[in-house]
Write a protein that binds this ligand. Structure first.
Ligand code: NI
Length: 387
């Protein structure tokens, strides 16, 4: 690689990001993506760390004289969406697209690795890069953790592009920033009978109607006005004919919360309401949870550090709105303090839209911010350990 000026960094990251964008791979299938990242890292002389991952990879910069370890995470997978843009580097794979901008995230992390490699001699510790697979299935973070790559990491940083924030803007928040996204399936078992003789059976439709109505009382009566939660029943299936009372009814939906305590309490109340109301009406109900990732909860101290770093780079700092979407970065934050922030990308569409795109001027901003945050974090941790 030649010298890394601001201009060549921006150009390289555009080339890299467009290559990933044109060649998207779905969760757990990121084989070529992994090889592309590996090739760029090796070209820059960056060492690849040996952790057992089928897709995705771990790299390290620094640590020449020991010191603490911090991590920067980028997710690398794409979505099963048909791209609808006229971009010259639009997806070449039918039905697959980087519609959440994980190509952008990967490029910012690579850029940070290139920038930090230049100052490797001066780094006061190790910066470990987690190029994580399968975020869209909320599985990859757990696999990275199982590989051992989070061991010894004192702080972890990650970002998501934000289409509705302009380039040059960064959204930093202490505490929760993204939701726990759980699903549920409720099965109500009754007893079928002739519709004209209801007393001979147990009607699961009437029971479901009562249960669904009673569930609406949880957010209004069991969740504090200062907290928030959403329960949505989105599908209800039962019955076969107009003159037959059904054997059973099944309904499903989603629960979104921003706090583990609220999440636990709502789930407990949910089960009590479902089983209690069902049994009051003579039916039997079971709840199956489709466990999503926990809420993304940022550490206040690292939010402060990120704010100071952003100020030093002249970025515009905003207090972002909470996102009700889920993000498996939360699994890292359950184990290691850190910060997940939103980086403005002036996008034309929101995440997961077929015409999603990012303004590439945000690439070197993300790379520089990650690199500066890593340097500041290592200095901070080293200073602490000297005390
Ligand atoms: Ni995403």
């Amino acid at each position: 690689m030649g010298t890394l000026t601001a201009e060549t960094l921006a150009e390289r990251l555009v080339t890299f990001r467009r290559h990933l964008h044109a060649n998207p791979e779905l969760s757990h299938e990121e084989f070529e993506t992994t090889e592309t990242i590996r090739g760029w890292l090796l070209d820059a002389g960056i060492r690849i760390a040996n952790y057992p991952l089928k897709t995705g990879l771990i790299a390290e910069v620094g640590g020449l004289r020991g010191g603490p370890i911090i991590a920067i995470r980028a997710d690398i997978d794409a979505l099963p969406i048909q791209e609808e843009t006229d971009l010259p580097f639009a997806s070449r794979v039918p039905g697959k697209m980087h519609a959440c901008g994980h190509d952008f995230h990967t490029a910012t992390a690579l850029g940070a690795a290139l920038l930090l490699k230049k100052q490797e001699q001066e780094l006061e510790g190790t910066v470990r890069f987690l190029f994580q697979p399968a975020e869209e299935k909320a599985k990859g973070a757990s696999q990275v953790i199982a590989s051992g790559a989070l061991e010894g990491v004192r702080a972890i940083f990650g970002l998501h592009n934000k289409p509705n924030l302009p380039v040059g803007t960064i959204g930093i928040k202490a505490g929760p920033i993204m939701a726990a996204a759980d699903g549920f399936i409720v099965e109500v078992e009754g007893r079928g009978t002739h519709a004209a003789v209801p007393e001979a059976g147990l009607d699961p439709i009437v029971a479901s109607a009562h249960i669904i109505t009673a569930l609406q009382s949880i957010v209004s009566r069991n969740v504090s006005a200062l907290d928030s939660a959403v329960i949505s029943v989105t599908r209800l299936n039962s019955g076969t004919a107009w003159n037959v009372i059904a054997e059973k009814a099944v309904f499903d939906g989603t629960l979104r919360t921003f706090d583990e305590k609220v999440r636990g309490k709502v789930r407990e109340r949910f089960e009590q309401v479902v089983t209690g109301v069902a049994s009051a009406l003579g039916t039997k109900a079971t709840v199956e949870w489709l466990e999503g990732p926990p809420p993304v909860v940022n550490d206040p101290k690292w939010a402060e550090q990120a704010t100071r770093t952003a100020e030093s780079l002249g970025l515009t700092i905003v207090d972002p709105a909470l996102s009700p979407a889920g993000e498996d970065f939360s699994f890292y934050l359950q184990r290691t303090p850190g910060i997940f922030f939103f980086l403005g990308t002036s996008g034309p569409q929101e995440w997961h839209h077929p015409a999603f795109d990012v303004d590439e001027r945000a690439l070197p901003i993300g790379a520089s911010f990650f690199a500066a945050l890593a340097v500041d974090a290592l200095a901070h941790l080293t200073g602490q350990s000297l005390k």
